[in-house]
Design a protein around this ligand. Sequence first.
Ligand code: DLL
Length: 441
Amino acid sequence: MTKLATDNRIWDPAETLPRDELRAVQARRLSDAVRRAAAVPFYAEALRKAGVSADAIRGPEDVRRLPFTTKDDLRRNYPLGMLAVPRSAIARVHGSSGTTGKPTFVAYTKRDLETWSGLVARFLVAGGLRSEHLVHVAFGYGLFTGGFGLHYGIERVGAGVVPAAGGNTPRQVLLIRDLGAEVLVCTPSYALHIGEVARAEGFGPGDLPLRFGHFGGEPWTEEMRVEIERELGIQAFNNYGLSEVIGPGVSGECFARSGMHVAEDHFLVECLDPWTLEPVPDGDVGELVFTSLTKEAMPVLRYRTRDLASLDRSPCPCGRTGVRMSRVVGRSDDMFIVRGVNVFPSQIEEALLRVEGAAPHYVIEIARPGTLDEAVVRVEIRPGDFSDEMRQMVALRDRIDHEIHSITGIRMTIELVAPSALGRSEGKARRVIDHRRAGIT
Ligand code: DLL
């Protein structure tokens, strides 16, 4: 930490713009963004209904007069109905697979790609990346924005890339060791799995050349950070983004690691009560809503992310002026309700990491066999704690039960399973299986 704190490099001077200058930039860009969005029939109609046009935008707060956009709006405009430029201006297409059928596509112009790599460079440099480093990218390369997004950001910084992509974890460990990568890029759950496989191959924490990790693409907890740092002997940074807004690079942590600075010169962020759609006070959890200010191919106005987090506008020791968003505590559509109580997978993760002997590999299965909801948490035991001793296993189960109860307020059935019994994901981990939603009980 001390090494980084004395080496606070800032990639783009725009990251430290004084707030009043930033406001002026936002005001100008918002008006342009609305003008560009009006080229999309969906937005032309929505703006007409809302009775607002680009000329009416005076400051960033006027964003509140704009219509919202949801994932369903993108689905209804499948495949490229939200395009604001001629097809010939498309430089690349990405997409998110979603869990329900058709993907949603997002398009980029050449300038969008330049903006994007610059934004990824910002958080990488904020989290220690230097041009002399070699970065191992274990994100999937394809429609998912993680692989290519990080790849071009790393190249922009001038660092070297190993485009390992997902899969074959023992080979990933071998590549990291033999090529000497100092930086690892993937989802946090996959980072943990890489650590686990490295351990099984006989590497202790710190035996690999890795020094930093930049993780994102899925929610994770502070406890998980501690675990990853211990397993891999690195310093781990969080970065956030979503394809509809641009991909990774919407926000990322600096060395202070107390929230992710939003690139506010490119995206306006609001934190709203998901029911009333009114702003929540800073520090309170709400749904993040983003408006793109500079995107050309597919601008979004007030995109409802369903991601729940809070905002912090207090000054940051790093000197960046962009508002900081907290970790995503959950997605409103990831939240599950068990017997009337709202629960997020992150709460289960936090509970498990409090219990020695429990590994942070878990799956939550919910069903309603009769009239009452039943939640089963399947948890892996850590290899060193796996035992034939019944008494020991029952005690472990009871400790997990106690922590989950104290965090969520409800009782779930805890099932201990052997180390590595649950599948591992190379991308985003699937934590919740809700049989009620599928209509199967
Ligand atoms: O996951 C973009 C990305 C790739 C971000 C790699 C960071 C690193 P999508 O596939 O569209 O895009 O999924 C976006 O993933 O709405 C969040 O729910 C979740 N998410 C992304 N980063 C984080 C994070 C990419 N750091 C969805 N913490 C978002 C929590 C995250 N959730």
